[in-house]
Design a protein around this ligand. Sequence first.
Ligand code: PHE
Ligand code: ZN
Length: 882
Amino acid sequence: MRTNTGQIIHLEDYRPTDFVLERVDLTFELDPKETKVEARLIFHRREGVDSAAPLVLDGDELTMTGLLLDQEELATTLYDVAEDTLTIRGLPETAPFEITITTLLSPETNTQLMGLYRTNGVYSTQCEAEGFRRITYFPDRPDVLAVYTVNIIADKASSPLLLSNGNYLGGADMGDGRHFAAWFDPHPKPSYLFALVAGDLGVVEDTFTTMSGRDVALKIYVEHGKEPRASYAMDALKRSMKWDEEAFGREYDLDIFMIVAVSDFNMGAMENKGLNIFNDKYVLADPETATDADYANIEAIIAHEYFHNWTGNRITCRDWFQLCLKEGLTVYRDHEFSADMRSRAVKRIAEVRHLKSEQFPEDAGPLAHPVRPTKYREINNFYTTTVYEKGSEVTRMIATILGRDLFKKGMDLYFDRHDGQAVTIEDFVACFEAASGRDLRQFALWYHQAGTPLVTASGAYDATKQTFTLSLEQTVPPTPGQSAKEAMHIPLKMGLLLEDGSEAALAAVSGADMTDDVLHLTERNQTVVFSGIPSRPVPSFNRSFSAPINLHIEQNADDLALIAHHESDLFARWQALNAIALGNLVEATANVRAGKPVTSDKALIDGLIRAAADNSLEPAFRSQALALPSESDIAREIGTNNDPDAIHAARQQILTAVAAAGRDTFLKLSDELVSSGGFSPDAASAGRRALRNSALTYLVQADEGPERAAKAFAAANNMTDLSHALALLAHRFPDSAEATDALATFRKRFADNALVIDKWFAVQATIPGAGTLDRIKALMNEPLFNGNNPNRVRSLVGTYAFANPTGFNRADGEGYRFLARQILDIDPRNPQLAARILTSMRSWRSLEDKRAGHARKALKEIAGASKLSADVGDIVERMLKA
Ligand code: PHE
Ligand code: ZN
């Protein structure tokens, strides 16, 4: 286990390395228990560096068996091996020199899944962020770029396939049952993009002809027998390659592009140069086993990793503080890709739902940090929704502020200017300043100030002057380490709707800059006057969610209903419906807690049913409109002193009211939308399934017994419908024989498909109510449970903690105590996984006192454990900090 006990790294301490790395030659002799790695590294001392300065290399859990300088053994007086470093002294003043390091590794016992590991008979690597130092001693930081040659030697029978980055050079039989292969990657890269895979896998092959006419071999490697399930991923890959040429002018740059699917992986996927490694969850799909959400995720993640080839690989990060340089930008790119492949408005709604449910709570709690942090203790803990999703929103805002053409000009300049370099956020922003001539200094605060800005707005209409005056105020809440904040540049897309649903022209504006429908807020307080407004308007703010902010405006349900029915921006329609729903749900929660009856808002019910029945709208949008804010959305809106049981009860009652009022509409939809003919995963077909399942959800909500849900389960002919019906049964009628039967049938049918069994665990982990904890404990003794597989642990323990508000936040605190024990159990074998799951408690301070007290105790139990990884230690410490 890593013994890094928590040194804090500061951005301001950045300085380049003393030695420049020119070339890397690696030879791997693979063996499950004792793999030998020989690294030949050619360095020279950087100009101006003191001739006595030693070379300091990073290492982690390495056994070194050899160390040569220019092929001569190094005297033991010239080097020191410490816990995480190798220091070499007495190196040439100017001449290049070669260091040869031999290390021994045990891939089989590497349960952290960082560095070189072997599971299910396959060797694979994970080097981002600091895994390469678990393979050999190395300057393991992203600003050290070098050209790599890799030789792999392995047993031919068990590892017929030997892969690494770049282009294949050749290979041969060694005559002793082993064989070797050599790979050369001509593009200088940082060590975190290194990859090696060896094993016995099946392959799906295709080719792509790039815009300049080069043929690229495409290969997706999966377990034997699973090849047919990789065809959607291959299709998504080809569409991604084409799209990046068309939308960003980016062409692929090697002769081969490979993807390997592995079943033990800490994250979603990894963009290693020319050899992406994926969690197989984001590669494998067929109608029988994958849901529409799975297909959409595969498309997005295949695209994301592919797009990293330019945003991340060709241009990389100077240091890990700049992580959003590659991640925020690449998420923005994959969002745009999905928007072009599917419905833009529906995609945006899904993105904003995700941003609000994951990033907003992070930004409002003890783990809040800027998109570009200035310090960290464990970099693994900064692969966050703030860096990824808020980072993407910040990129989107640059595009909104500059407009399409100038944004493109800025991106082109970025690719031109920085290709082959390791750069910073400042370098990135400077490209847009240069391309547009705009000063983006105030805008750049989005990278540096944590916390979700709050904009408060109020409007006044003057009928005689025909003016509409908006008073706007922005505040950014204090966050850990940042108590005072400056005013931000907030690009707020908006419109003024008139009574008849038409839109007022925003020609004459004073008090703020406006470009098209974007109002530029730049002051703490701003008064904006619109003239020539013929009647009292209803302002519609933050169209397409142009800025990731909270917005407070006194708007009654009628005004919101006007937006919900007439806005030209479909996203804004959904946003208005959502605002009506949220207002109603918050009020209902207060009523439940006060012991008063819950009433449902007529505007809400009318709005939902009207949207559901409106055939002129696409089904996917109607399905989104029908999905009420989640229990955690409601908790976030309430903000403090939360009682998850009251929220659940309130939401259930509103659901029941909608179900009763919309019964006819829902019946009609569930009949009309029955799929006929073969399955297609395309967005339109998925949208029809989604709408039908939304209708079914309401029908089942109003049902007294499980018959309808059981019938849906029996009739389902694809995984979207099947898993939806299973969830309806298990969540609405958990103790029924029908639910028990369906769970058993499902388990039996899919017992040998790990990805589907993950769904089976997740459905049970999300059954509402205090009783679920006992189920979870029982499920951990299931033969199918496997505490070493990250997907499996996430599907049961993670889903319970992240996505079951009433089950996890039991009033007696048992949920938190259970989680604490799980974290301490997982931590020694996989600290990254443990730390990630622990972040499910990030909003503990917004709970009512008793639950918060139990949560604090559980966190203290973790903090007090005798041996904690830096990963978990860092999270728990920040969560407990006052
Ligand atoms: N860089 C990967 C991505 O976002 C994520 C990742 C980080 C994977 C760290 C593994 C380890 O595409
Ligand atoms: Zn990424």
